[in-house]
Design a protein around this ligand. Structure first.
Ligand code: ATP
Ligand code: MG
Length: 218
């Protein structure tokens, strides 16, 4: 296993409780999961804005701010780090890469949460096992799984990035909901039934839920 067993875990001087009382709310991970174009990014951003206006500390983790940095692909790493490095650590879209993508996001979201921040993640995260692994690493009441339940017909009709069209035409392989499964959460903390509701109203549903759980003050 190499030298990683020699790494000791230091006790932190500033406790989680202290950080949370400074912020006036608890840290947690609000994990939005759902099909492409279901509304995850939209809801996360509206929610982030609302929380900011309420004086709460939150942070959105989303595809673009992660796939370009923490989880950059080989193509982005090759110029700066060389072929071998890029091949080894760059993430693509194969099953194992997707799993690692979600694992790293979960680890970063956990750090935010431990810092007393409300981490809002907006990834399709189609596999139940990947999400459950993150849940297992977190404390009870720290992982708030939110199923953004938008019928696939509606997602496909929206198709803002033209991805469903490409997947139907066979130009994208392994597209969630078309030729790759989406596994809905078995017991999510919250289900957002999005059809006929604004992102604004859906973000409010999450806020109510966070209050009920005692994550946000009453
Ligand atoms: N509640 C809503 N009502 C109507 N339209 C919405 C709603 N939420 C999002 N949309 C629209 O649906 C489209 C997809 O939303 P969004 O980009 O948030 O989806 P996503 O789940 O983040 O998708 P992806 O996984 O591809 O990033 C956007 O054009 C957005 O404006
Ligand atoms: Mg998105």
């Amino acid at each position: 296993m190499g030298n990683d067993t020699n790494v000791t875990w230091h006790d932190h001087q500033v406790s989680r409780d202290k950080r949370e009382s400074l912020n006036g709310h608890k840290g947690c991970v609000v994990w939005l999961t759902g099909l492409s174009a279901s509304g995850k990014s939209t809801i996360a951003n509206v929610l982030d804005h609302k929380l900011y206006q309420m004086g709460m500390r939150s942070m959105v983790l989303d595809g673009d701010n992660v796939r370009h940095s923490l989880n950059a692909g080989p193509g982005m790493l090759v110029d700066t780090h060389g072929e071998t490095f890029a091949k080894r650590f760059g993430l693509g879209f194969a099953a194992i890469d997707r799993e690692e993508n979600i694992r790293r996001i979960g680890a970063v979201a956990q750090l935010f949460s431990q810092a007393g921040v409300i981490a809002l993640t907006a990834f399709i995260s189609p596999y139940r096992a990947d999400r459950d692994r993150i849940r297992k690493n977190l404390e009870p009441n720290e992982f708030i799984e939110v199923f953004v339940n938008t019928p696939i017909e509606l997602c496909e009709a929206r198709d803002p990035k033209g991805l469903y069209k490409k997947a139907r035409a066979g130009e994208i392989k392994g597209f969630t909901g078309i030729d790759d499964p989406y596994e809905p959460p078995a017991a999510p903390e919250l289900v957002l039934e999005t059809a006929d509701k604004t992102a604004e109203a859906l973000a409010d549903e999450v806020i109510v839920h966070l209050r009920e759980r005692g994550i946000l003050p009453a």
